[in-house]
Write a protein that binds this ligand. Structure first.
Ligand code: PMP
Length: 410
């Protein structure tokens, strides 16, 4: 369902490695909603995966200084020494994990880090275990790199989290990586130490499987949730764990394109080989800005967290008040992933039957002018994702439109 538009046109033959990869449903919906907006429809877009806040002033200032001081050339391949040191300090201070400088890599976003890691490690047919729902790029990157995504459904009843039994059943002699994301895009679910422990025990018993963790939403957690990362929990796994993070979500820096990771030296070196043949290095200016983000005042994180929490509480309760929709309270990130099972089989005022979640989200876009993303785009149905990284006023209007549209279904 994700791969709606294949990259195939008359006279053009794509490489086999991208034959099964398409433009994501999220981008398609975004483009359609933006086109509707341009032609005058009052569309509210709840699809974007980025904070609506601005990049903090001291970070922008550091970038301006970098330009003025001539930091405008190629940098060290996978990160300036000063940024790598800031990343080491961050891991030690916030996560209790000790990485040496040569165990750190910096790339153009966490997405490039994921790409480098998979390019550097996957042989054709290698399997990557991914709990579902998952961030759409995971399976596409794995496929581009010649791997096989092994998607393990983890529904709302399971808190959208994978169990040890599920992991054990998914592992085969071909398994190369387990990829975990906490808090999760799209579900907002986050693993506690107690959730992680049994999974880590399974990994200890399967030494051929490495662990990749995507901690991008670490700082966006609510209700005193105690964020933990596996490398801190299980030192015996640290030698085969890649801990990925970045500045995009925490510091509202999606456009600056800086992500980073800590992991075993040999893996980090192999990833640098890939990066050296693609982008050469991340932007020098963005790296200087990221040093300011990581080393600077962190009070901004708390303020923004509180603002996201208010929005989460509003969206979750508004959704649960709608007959036919149920929404688990997410521990983190800025998404809700609500079930629309109760809408399946209902009929729209125009006489169309809602057969699956994508029909429901199409209906919301066309009739209520609200753009959200169907669960099918993330590998799990029937659900839909709302990104609440937008103003409370827009959220109130959007939720009341959704409520009206749902009550119009028969
Ligand atoms: N991981 C997750 C779970 C994400 O949601 C995103 C952005 N949507 C990324 C990684 C990529 O972040 P970036 O490339 O901006 O660092």
């Amino acid at each position: 369902m994700t791969k709606v538009t294949k990259i195939v046109e008359a006279g053009f033959k794509p490489a086999e490695r991208i034959a099964s990869v398409g433009v994501s449903k999220i981008l398609q919906i975004g483009a359609r909603a933006a086109a509707m907006k341009r032609s005058g429809s009052p569309v509210i877009i709840l699809g974007a995966g980025e904070p609506d806040f601005d990049t903090p002033a001291h970070i922008k200032e550091a970038a301006k200084q970098a330009i003025d001081h001539g930091e405008t050339k190629y940098t060290a391949l996978d990160g300036t020494p000063v940024l790598k040191q800031a990343v080491c300090d961050k891991f030690r201070r916030e996560n209790g994990v000790d990485y040496a400088i040569d165990e750190i890599t910096v790339g153009a976003g966490a997405k490039q880090i994921l790409f480098n890691a998979f390019m550097a490690t996957i042989n054709p047919g290698d399997e990557i275990v991914i709990p579902t729902p998952y961030w759409t790029s995971y399976s596409d990157i794995v496929e581009i790199c010649g791997g096989v995504p092994v998607l393990v459904p983890c529904d709302a009843g399971a808190g959208f989290k994978m169990t040890a039994a599920q992991l054990e059943a998914a592992i085969t002699p071909k398994t190369r990586w387990l990829l975990l994301n906490s808090p999760s895009n799209p579900s907002g679910a986050a693993y506690t130490e107690t959730d992680y422990r049994p999974l880590l025990d399974v990994l200890l018993a399967n030494p051929q499987v490495w662990l990749m963790v995507d901690d991008m939403y670490e700082h966006i957690v609510y209700d005193d949730f105690a964020f933990v990362t596996p490398a801190a929990l299980e030192p015996r796994l640290k030698e085969r764990t890649l801990t990925i993070n970045g500045v995009s979500k925490a510091y509202a820096m999606t456009g600056w394109r800086i992500g980073y990771a800590g992991g075993p030296k040999a893996l980090i070196k192999a990833m640098a080989v890939i990066q050296s043949q693609s982008t050469s290095c991340p932007s020098s200016i963005s790296q200087a800005a990221s040093v300011a983000a990581l080393n600077g005042d962190q009070a901004i994180l708390e303020e923004r967290r509180e603002s996201f929490r208010q929005r989460r509480d509003f969206v979750v309760s508004a959704l649960n008040a709608i007959d036919g929709i149920s929404c688990r309270t997410p521990e983190g990130a800025f998404y809700t992933f609500a079930s629309c099972e109760g809408m399946i089989g209902r009929t729209t005022p125009a006489g169309n039957i809602i057969g699956m979640d994508a029909d429901f989200t199409d209906y919301l876009l066309e009739d209520a002018n609200v753009a959200v993303v169907p669960g099918s785009a993330f590998g799990l149905s029937p659900y839909f994702r709302i990104s609440y990284a937008t103003s409370m006023n827009e959220l109130k209007e959007a939720l009341s439109r959704i409520e009206r549209a749902c009550s119009a279904l028969r």
